[in-house]
Design a protein around this ligand. Structure first.
Ligand code: AMP
Length: 408
């Protein structure tokens, strides 16, 4: 079965086509600048140079059509016809309390996703455009949705409630949802395989450190707590997001500066974090480079960033009464040995001892970066959210096919 995985944003759309018999990626790519002049489709097939096509792509339906044309292209394609796509899986950021697992799309599911537009105004409407665009192009192909929040629906109320009047939770569902669930789920399973221990016996702390960043406490395979909240703004310091701050700063800033609420919101989401403190960049590579050249602001940004991760690790050790392994993943977590070293430098009380040579290795494989004697293992596990989306989609479609054949 071939499964097409779609991650639709408001003006972009990423795709990966999987052959699920081997779990190989047959092709992948992205469409950028949808709705603008000179939209760009970049398409990649293993061992071949990337193909780039510039054209006018006014909406998501046209974007999907272009992707299908490329996937079936005589020279660059990998499929004979679009009928060779048997299922489509979509990433959806917010599943609210309605979805605790991936589901096949039907009218009710679409209605529920629409109801959640308020909670994720930047993301869910764009995902819905992706879903509608696939429906328009591939009418009879089953589609599934995999939610970033679903994995965290196992959190107990003590983790997900805010200490504010409960009427706000009851009326408006204001609570912690957590994000990057697909990644936390995937890397915790991979870590258990790597450690050769059942997931249900493990206490894991997963650190998804990318442009957005979150930590999760995973107790016996289930999310127990996570650092992102009702929105992806809470928790760790990120590329451009502030992470945790005293909520009183918002009205205070409004009072002191000539700013609107929207501008403060935009400041916290787009002009804070690494970018604000370093004054250089939201990209960890550039911050580290500047730090190594002696830039003091970059050094402070780097240290603050690592310190916040270390504090969350400490909190989750306390929350779970210990931990067996700490896992680093995503762009920064997988690639920055200096950041991992800084985070782990004062976790010796836990029995964490980093092996410098292992930490410095660059690889796309899951690996241990602690010494053999280290009581707690620290692992680097490359995340693969697309593969998990493809697997969930494949499983849901097979389950439905089995149900249909047994009821005939
Ligand atoms: P992600 O959101 O997971 O795609 O991560 C993207 C971020 O990873 C970029 O903004 C960079 O800050 C960071 N990144 C990628 N490669 C490296 C690297 N070699 N060293 C440090 N940070 C990196």
């Amino acid at each position: 079965m071939n499964v097409l995985v779609i991650n639709a944003g408001s003006s972009s759309l990423k795709y990966q086509l999987y052959d699920m018999t081997t779990e190989n990626v047959l092709a992948k790519g992205r469409v950028e600048r949808i709705g603008m002049e000179s939209s760009i489709l970049s398409h990649e097939v293993d061992h071949q140079p990337e193909v780039r096509e510039v054209s006018e792509i006014l909406d998501h339906t046209t974007a999907i059509k272009k992707v299908l044309d490329m996937l079936t292209h005589r020279d660059f394609g990998v499929l004979r016809s679009m009928h060779d796509i048997q299922a489509v899986g979509h990433r959806v950021v917010h599943g609210g309390e309605s979805f605790s697992e991936s589901v096949l799309i039907d009218q009710n599911v679409k209605l529920e996703i629409r109801k959640l537009f308020d909670l994720a105004p930047l993301h869910n409407p764009a995902h819905m455009m992706g879903i509608t665009a696939v429906e328009a192009n591939l009418q009879h192909v089953p589609q599934a949705v995999v939610f970033d929040t679903a994995f965290h629906q196992t959190m107990p109320p003590q983790s997900y409630l805010y200490a504010i009047p409960t009427v706000l939770y009851r009326k408006h569902q204001i609570r912690r949802y957590g994000f990057h669930g697909t990644s936390h789920d995937y890397v915790s399973k991979r870590a258990a395989e790597f450690l050769e221990r059942p997931l249900k016996d493990l206490k894991l702390i997963t650190c998804h450190i990318g442009n957005g960043a979150s930590c999760a406490a995973i107790l016996h395979g289930k999310s127990f707590d996570t650092s992102m909240g009702m929105t992806p703004l809470e928790g760790l310091m990120m590329g451009t997001r502030s992470g945790d701050l005293d909520p009183a700063i918002v009205p205070y800033t409004l009072n002191k500066e000539d700013l609107t609420l929207n501008e403060v919101n935009s400041m916290l989401n787009k002009h804070s974090g690494l970018l604000a403190i370093s004054g250089i960049s939201s990209d960890m590579r550039e911050v580290v480079e500047a730090m190594q050249e002696g830039n003091e602001h970059a050094k402070l940004a780097f240290e603050m960033y690592a310190y916040r991760i270390r504090k969350y690790i400490g909190a989750y050790v306390a929350a779970m009464d210990g931990t067996d392994a700490i896992i680093f993943t995503a762009g920064v977590g997988e690639n920055s040995d200096v950041l991992r070293k800084e985070v782990c430098k004062s976790l010796t009380y836990l029995g964490v001892h980093i092996d410098e040579a292992r930490n410095a290795v660059r690889s796309s494989d899951t690996r241990r970066i602690t010494t053999d004697e280290s009581k707690v293992s620290v692992l680097v596990v490359p995340t693969n959210e697309e593969l998990l989306i493809a697997r969930d989609t494949y499983r849901l479609v097979l389950e439905r096919q089995t149900k249909e054949t047994t009821s005939e």
